[in-house]
Structures are given as C-alpha cells and as structure tokens.
Ligand binder design. Structure first.
Ligand SMILES: [Zn+2]
Length: 619
C-alpha cells in the first residue's frame, strides 16, 4: 500500500512540530434504497442499488454483506453465545445465588422467539454491473463470489432485491420493544456491505456487539402506513408532503392520497443509516445554529414529556463546549429517538429508551460516527473515548467541580481485582465475559484518556483530542494512529503507555516508602510496587498550608510534562529509570513541617492500591 505524506502547516504547541496528514485509502459507497413496509406482517421488501468504489490497490474477487437480522433466530451464533455466557458464574450474590454473565436484555430470549417474531434478511437476487452473482448466506454474512473481479481503483454497481422480517426487539433493532412498545427500531435493517480496509475484509459474524462500516451517501425512501411518524438518519427531502412537524413553518401540508406515505431521506458522508417509526411519536425540534437542528422523537413513557423535551435545552447548552473540546459537529441535524433498548448510537441519531442515555449516545457522533474506528478491533477507542466525553460534558452541564471519572476508575479497579480481566487488544466479540468486556472497554478505555492527561498534562491531552479529530475524522484510525498523534503533540514517547495499558493487564502501584531527615534536608522515598511504570507527581503539604509539587518523569517518556498549574511550585527531577524499584526526592523543609505527603493527589493515575499513596503525619 502506498501512503502519501502531505505536510500541513505547523502548530506551535508545545514545541514546533509538523503533522503529516494521513492519507489512508477508503472504500466508498452510495446506497439508493426503496423499501415498502407492511405494518401488519412486520415485513418489508427492499430494492437496493449500491455503487461501490474500490479505492484500494487490491483486486477484489468476492465481497461480503452483513445480514444482521438473521441473528434473531433460535440457535443463531448470537443466541448460542448469549446462552453460553449465561452459564458463566461471575460471583456469588448476597443471597447466595449465582451471579451469571448474561446480557440481561438478550439472555435466552432468542431461543424462545416464535417464527413470526424471528428476524430475517432474505436476498432474492444480486447483480453486479447487470450480471447475476453467486450468493451464499452464512447466517449474518452474505458471501458473494464475483463472476469478474473488481479491479483496483474502479467502481462496481450492485443491485439487490430483498425481503426482511423485523424481529421482536431483543437487542438494539426490532419491533415492539419491551419497555415502551415503540413499534419499529430499525437499525442494522438493510444488507450492508462489509468494510474492506488496509487489513482486508471485515466480515464479522454478528453476535451482538460492535459495528464497522464504509463511508458514503445514502438515499432512502420508505413507504409505510400513513399513521406512522418516522425519525431517521439524514435530511427529509419531502417535508411538506409529510408534515409531522417536519414541514416548513406556515406551510399547509398536502399529503398524497392512499393509505401509505413515502418518506425520502438523504444522508451524506455517513457509514450507516437508522430509522424508527411509531404512530404515537411526539416530535419537537430546535435550531441550535444555522447549520444544525436537533430533534427529539418520543412517546411520553419511561420519562415525562418535559424530561424528553429538556434534551433540546441540554443540547443547546452543551454544543459550544462539545465542539470546542472534541471538534465541530459537521451534519445539519441530530435526532434523539425513543426506541431500542438502553442507548445505541447511529449517524446523526440515537435510539434511547430514556433521556438519561442521551449525552453518551450523542458523544458517539464523534468517536463512532466521525472517527469510525473498527469497533470490533478497538472497541475501547469508541466506547472508552465516548464514556470519557460523556463524563466531561456532564460535568460541564452540571457545573461540577468534583472528579468526573470516579465511576470509570472504580469500574476499572473492580475489573483489575476480579481475575477476569483481558487486555484491551482483545477483539470485542472474543472477551470471555460480558463483564470483562464492559469494564475494560468503557471503564479502562475512559481511564486511558484521563490518565493520559496525567502523563502528558491536561492541556496537552486536550490538544491531542482535537488534533486526533482533525487528522483522522472519516478515516478509521487504529490505536497506533492515536498514539502517533499523542506523541507528536506532546513531544514525548508514549509507546510504553500503549504497551502496558492497552496490550497488558498489568497494574500500577506506587507507595510512599519512608521519610527521613539528613544534612538539613528531608528525603521522601517512593517505591514502585506495581508492574506498570508511571511518571510521579508527589505533593507535600506543610503545617503552614503551603504545598510543593515534586515531579519525576519516567525515563521511557524522553520528555517532561509541562506544569499544569501555576498555583503550586514544582520541582522537576531526573527521570526515574523504569527498572528501579525506588526513587528518593528531597525538600529543604524540615520533616516535622510536613503534614501530608501524597502521590498523585489528582487521582488520575489508576493506582490499584491507593492507601499507600498518602501519608498523613501527626507531630
Ligand atoms: Zn456507547
């Protein structure tokens, strides 16, 4: 593969550096889909035209599609996986019952579906450039052996006829979800081309977890019973025929005759398309700025109308902070849609069962939506970074000054002590337990980002976030791509941080070992009792309530964290060689002046044994 390097103008922070603009090739899609929904049988027929640009340097002799809904049938891989996880005992509950590893939403529900409740996607025909192709359905993956290969840097057109049955809602997609009876939560609803990238094809069988898709443009028309209101990814093209709050102000809506309405949406530059439909939706919207309207579609169940509509106020207040911290939101709309289970992110939209999940799902627009990492390979870069962003936005909205990541650190510590931990390099589908997956990906992934702030400095970490967004949006970055940005922006080597924190399950434990006076100086010896080396902030608090910060960089960093605050004087030491078990720092103050010595008072370093980090001295 050829990687061109295009130089972009330098940024002055914290040292002068030039960032090469990554130019990784991307496949490209343009979907044109027409579907006709029967709300009595819960089935729909679909025609899909897919223009596919093979921008890779490779010749493709076959292609793969996802057929996610075939997972919702008894004995599917998703069903088997779920029931096997239900047999794993995590621990004993308080009442002596076994706590098992179920995803409570899935459990054995797929096993118990009746035929009319199954999901399926049946492909009747598929042509490439007008010629019928040979198809093989392997449950949730359609394998297409092409009669003629697609050459590098060329375009092929696929035309497909299909029929789907909407499954009873089990997880994410489906009809009539148990909590609020939203009729249709239509995610993963169409045959979707798998991504082909520099690592090859990604035909990942669906077992309930993560997603990855090809960026492109969607043109979708949906014919459905007139009484249903729709919410979707993309911009509605015929609002004045539709009404339902989409029409321009002052327009009288003129609907065509017949029992159905045809909704026409287009969505540019996204890697998926979701829609939802219910006859009882309430639709409210607000223009947050010229280029962005936020919508809320809800049924006044699970939360009150006021709580649902308050999402508009939340979005209005949060947007400037979010864009300043994480980068601009580039689409013209975003919709909070009542549906699904819990919360799930889609381009320009989320399906949530209540307003509580809104901020997390909206923040996915950045990591799932715009960065678009392969979530199967790097789930922590999506869920962990999103979790981090959610806590940060929530703290901003609440004007909170307490540490926002308490739950994520606690979740990580719980995992690290559980004996169930697996490294973050684990494929999302391959974690042995739902417990280890969730705690690693969400909690340890969020801690990665906050702890990075401890290593490189908070302001530098914030520069990294923006530079990452700027250079890698729409490009599927991997873990190393993030680390490269972090190294360049910070001017430090950080490979060790990835190797220990992401690639291993080793843990951090530093301790204050001893203090003594010698030749008019006080010595404080710090001991490394863990297996991950880290730079050390040690703060001394004196009787007169003054403080000193002593900073010991780690040798592997080949750099020094800039001071994060001017309010405390800081002394910078020679680097701690990571093989050394102890390091001694010194203060000119008397031992009996010290009342507290504390390693990392910010608590951003995820030290699994914090009791030995802080020493209070009584004289
Ligand atoms: Zn999430």
């Amino acid at each position: 593969m050829i990687r061109k390097l295009i130089l972009v103008p330098c940024t002055l922070f914290p040292v002068i550096f030039c960032m090469a603009q990554p130019d990784r090739w991307q496949q490209r899609v343009k979907y044109t889909m027409n579907v006709d929904v029967n709300v009595q049988t819960n089935r729909f027929t679909g025609k899909q035209k897919l223009e596919y640009w093979n921008n890779s340097p490779d010749t493709l002799s076959r292609v793969f599609y996802h057929l996610y809904w075939n997972a919702f049938q008894p004995n599917s891989m998703m069903d088997n996986r779920s029931r096997r996880q239900g047999s794993i005992v995590l621990r004993q509950g308080r009442n002596g019952n076994d706590i098992v590893d179920w995803d409570q939403r899935v459990r054995d529900r797929i096993q118990n579906l009746k035929p009319e409740e199954y999901g399926y996607q049946k492909i009747f025909s598929l042509k490439m450039n007008g010629r019928p192709q040979k198809l093989k359905t392997e449950e949730t993956i359609l394998v297409v052996e092409l009669d003629k290969p697609i050459p590098p840097r060329s375009r092929a057109t696929f035309e497909m006829d299909f029929e789907s049955q909407v499954p009873l809602q089990i997880r994410r997609s489906g009809r009539d979800n148990p909590t609020s009876k939203v009729r249709y939560s239509m995610s993963q609803w169409y045959p979707k081309m798998c991504e082909y990238d520099y690592e090859g094809w990604h035909p990942t069988p669906y077992v309930a977890r993560e997603f990855y898709g090809v960026w492109g443009d969607f043109d979708v028309t949906i014919s459905i019973d007139k009484t249903y209101m729709l919410a979707a990814t993309g911009y509605l093209q015929n609002p004045n025929q539709i009404g339902y709050g989409y029409e321009s102000k002052g327009t009288s809506v003129s609907r065509p005759s017949g029992t159905k309405l045809t909704w026409h949406f287009i969505a540019p530059n996204v890697h998926d398309f979701v829609w939802a439909a219910d006859p009882e939706y309430v639709h409210v919207s607000r223009k947050l700025k010229d280029s962005l309207t936020v919508h809320v579609f809800y049924k006044p169940t699970n939360a009150t109308a006021q709580q649902w509509e308050a999402l508009l106020d939340m979005a209005e207040k949060a947007l400037p902070f979010i864009e300043k911290t994480f980068g601009p939101y580039p689409y013209k709309q975003y919709s909070f849609i009542h549906g699904g289970d819990g919360g799930m992110e889609y381009p320009m939209a989320t399906l949530i069962i209540g307003p509580g999940a809104a901020i997390h799902e909206w923040m996915h627009s950045w990591y799932y939506g715009l960065l678009g990492t392969n979530e199967s390979m790097y789930p922590w870069m999506d869920e962990g970074f999103t979790q981090y962003a959610e806590e940060r936005v929530t703290a901003f909205l609440n004007n909170s000054t307490t540490f926002p990541y308490q739950d994520e650190y606690a979740g990580y510590f719980n995992l690290a002590r559980s004996s169930k931990e697996e490294p973050l390099t684990t494929h999302a589908d391959h974690y042995n337990t739902n417990f280890a997956y969730g705690s690693a990906v969400y909690s340890k992934g969020a801690v990665f980002m906050e702890q990075l702030g401890y290593v490189v400095g908070e302001q530098v970490r914030d520069k990294i976030l923006l530079e990452y967004y700027k250079l890698w949006r729409y490009k599927h970055p991997n873990a190393q791509d993030f680390m490269n940005i972090a190294e360049k922006v910070s001017g430090m080597k950080l490979d060790w941080y990835k190797e220990f924190w992401i690639n291993s399950t080793k843990t951090i434990d530093y301790a204050i070992d001893s203090l003594w006076e010698e030749n008019g100086k006080t010595n404080i010896r710090i001991k490394d009792m863990g297996l991950i080396p880290m730079p050390i902030d040690l703060q001394l608090t004196f009787k007169d309530s003054t403080k000193e910060l002593h900073y010991v960089p780690l040798d592997l960093m080949y750099g020094t964290k800039p001071a994060e605050t001017d309010s405390v004087s800081r002394k910078v030491y020679d680097p701690w060689q990571w093989t050394s078990a102890t390091y001694t720092i010194q203060t000119s103050r008397k031992l009996t002046d010290i009342i507290v010595a504390e390693i990392d008072p910010s608590q951003r370093m995820a030290d699994i044994e914090r009791k030995n980090n802080r020493l209070e001295l009584k004289w």
